[in-house]
Design a binder for this molecule. Structure first.
Ligand code: SF4
Length: 329
């Protein structure tokens, strides 16, 4: 499918929404309270970077932690979003479903899509009680890019794109299984090492409004500890392959199809040099960053890689490429 069709594509991505108050009966569905440590939705920013840098679509990200419900409604009224994507979690599901209905009400012609662990493992229940058109199984980059490419060419039927679930009158079906294209491409295989690196490096750190998150967190304290509050979360590998049965992280990519010719997804990760490049970009984009939270399922999976990374951090600090005060957790 050509990605250079003539139609502009607009995508809105919504982060999981915990709201203020308790998880299931929130007094307000936006903002966050003192007992929450809100952080930007990195998975959505990675999809956003992939779609924008490869010219598939214009993308906006809305996160109820720092954006109001009113701002969402005015965006829905003012913009004609072709696709609205929801990253959902089990803990935030009630709020997430609430916002699916809000989006359907104010933007009825948009295609509504869910993704993430909860969507991959629980799409039947969610689609039963929400106006969702498609579920993305596994990583969102390839199916979302394919959907945008089709829209660019005037096509809004996505049933041939691998890795989606759609509903019929009687059941939920996987897309593409009967088409030639599916035989060639298979399901939504996990991104290989090369694509994982390029999409992770394509995250546009400048676009992520860290300062708005930090400002809110710091407003809760008389003397906030900036070494904790000014934290940027990163991930450097795609998943942990240890196969604990109860763990959605280890089963997520496999549930979507694993890797080509394997049911189990290959582990993909950034090289130590690529991680340093990413850190430099983060520091340039957000110079008051004090701490880096490495949020991999298992960062120390490959000891040699970790040793090399630590050596490069020491070297970068010696050469003042990274600030001496930068800490890691
Ligand atoms: S992330 Fe933890 S719980 Fe999940 S498979 Fe790996 S070791 Fe097991």
């Amino acid at each position: 499918m050509q990605k250079n069709g003539s139609i502009n594509v607009n995508v809105l991505l919504l982060a999981p929404n915990a709201g203020v108050g308790c998880f299931f009966r929130p007094e307000s569905r936006t903002g966050f309270s003192k007992d929450r440590w809100a952080i930007p939705p990195l998975g959505l920013w990675r999809i956003s970077g992939h779609l924008i840098k490869n010219k598939y679509a214009n993308v906006e990200v809305w996160d109820g932690y720092v954006d109001s419900e009113e701002s969402l409604i005015s965006r829905l009224k003012e913009n004609n979003f072709d696709i609205i994507g929801f990253s959902i979690t089990h803990q935030t599901l009630e709020n997430d479903i609430y916002f699916m209905h809000i989006c359907k009400k104010y933007s009825p012609s948009s295609t509504l899509v869910i993704g993430g662990d909860e969507a991959t493992f629980n799409y039947v229940k969610v689609m039963e009680i929400s106006p969702i058109d498609y579920t993305v199984l596994g990583e969102g980059e390839k199916p979302m890019a394919d959907m945008c490419a089709k829209i660019k060419n005037g096509i809004t039927n996505f049933k041939e794109i691998p890795g989606l679930i759609y509903r019929t009158e009687t059941e939920y079906k996987k897309t593409g299984e009967k088409t030639c294209d599916y035989k060639r491409t298979g399901p939504n295989y996990a991104m290989d090492h090369k694509m994982f690196s390029s999409t992770t490096i394509n995250i546009d750190w400048k676009m992520i409004p860290y300062e708005r998150y930090w400002e809110q967190i710091e407003s809760f304290y008389e003397k906030p500890n900036l070494n904790e509050t000014r934290t940027v979360r990163i991930f450097t590998t795609n998943y942990c392959p240890f196969d604990c049965l109860f763990c959605s992280s280890t089963n997520f990519l496999n549930a979507a199809g694993g890797s080509e010719n394997k049911k189990r997804a290959n582990v993909a990760g950034l090289t130590p040099e690529e991680i340093i490049t990413m850190l430099k970009e983060i520091l340039e984009s957000h110079p008051t960053t004090r701490n880096i939270f490495i949020n991999d399922d298992d960062f120390v999976l490959q000891a040699v890689r970790v040793q090399k990374f630590c050596d490069l951090v020491c070297e970068a600090k010696d050469k003042q490429i990274l600030p001496d005060y930068l800490t890691f957790m």
